[in-house]
Design a protein around this ligand. Sequence first.
Ligand code: ADP
Length: 396
Amino acid sequence: MITVVSITLENEMDLVLAHKRTMKVAEKLGLTMSTQTTFATAVSEIARVVIDYSDSGVLTIGLEQQKTRYSLVACVNFDPDIQFTNSDAGFYYAQKLVPEFTFTKGTEQSEITMKIGIPRSLKLDKLKITLLQRYFEDLEPLNAYDEIKQRNISLHKITDQQEEELRRSKIIDEQKTEFISIASHEIKTPMTVLKAYTQVAKSTSEPISDKLRDLLGKIDLQSTKLMTLVLQLMDISKIEHGSLEYDRKRTSLNDFLTAQVQVMQSILPHNELSTNLCADVDVMIDELRMEQVCSNLIGNAAKYSGKNTNIRIFTAVLDHAYMTVGITDQGMGISEDNLNAIFNKFYRTEDVLKTHSGLGMGLYVTSKIIKDHGGRIWAESSVGEGSTFFFTLPRV
Ligand code: ADP
């Protein structure tokens, strides 16, 4: 059926709408006044019986084409539990009024269809039908009740559209995560081989020139950077899938931090790393994941600071349950507006976009690891002077 108008049948006020709209459709099609009235009366009778039994019926008025001839059709759908008999006066009379009347009982919905043929002389065609549909789309509300009803329908439409958009963006997000997961796995394998060959070449006992040794060192450094990015991408897809796993062990916090600072100092020869650790405590940590946290925070401290600046790693007792670890740099700092956003996935501040390479994944992964360890992470900063990144860990 080609739908022209649809009306929900909830209460008596809808009877007026059903009657007037049916009359209007019949009138617009050019049917005679007596046909308009007969058809509209039959539709109103059925609408009334449905409203007597339920408030969830739907009337659809439209057109049906059989070969070259069209019929005006009114279809009323309603709850299958409603049982009509000829003792329902409206049901009985409506059958007498229209030439074609069918009652179909379904499992989900029952349906009453009323049809009346449209004379060929009215020369109904596709264009006229489209114009008719437009006319009813733009039709002013019949009364205040109709206006509220129409507004309600448009609100429902907007909600449906928003839900659909949300559903689509979720699918796109899932596809993106899936892509990141597959791409990072695919890149990781050749990267591992490349790195292994570079290591082998670097440690060869055969004589190689200084220039070649220097080049091998550069290849090794860049492949390590690339590998870090690939591993971060893999972590992101693990976070999205909820499959970031931890192998926690009781560890001395001071020993762990001292070892991390030593390693990072050898990687960052242009910065001076210092520690100021208070009395040692044990923490339950996944060492590999916490190494990632330290290397990201200390690495960022160096990356966003000038050469020969200091980076201080300290601990403080927050309360009897938590220890705080802080990393202070003397770098460019972060504006107040960005202090929370930097922990979001792929977020990078405007001022570093053109000056420093990066993908904005490190702090997102870092904050997830800290939170999964039962801690909290935040940053304090003043632009041009430096930043301090803090994280807490529960004491054993
Ligand atoms: P990336 O460094 O790859 O951009 P991160 O997630 O590690 O990704 O950091 C997100 C953003 O936070 C950085 O792009 C930078 O704008 C800001 N940022 C992080 N650490 C610092 C820091 N120590 N000093 C100044 N800005 C920082």
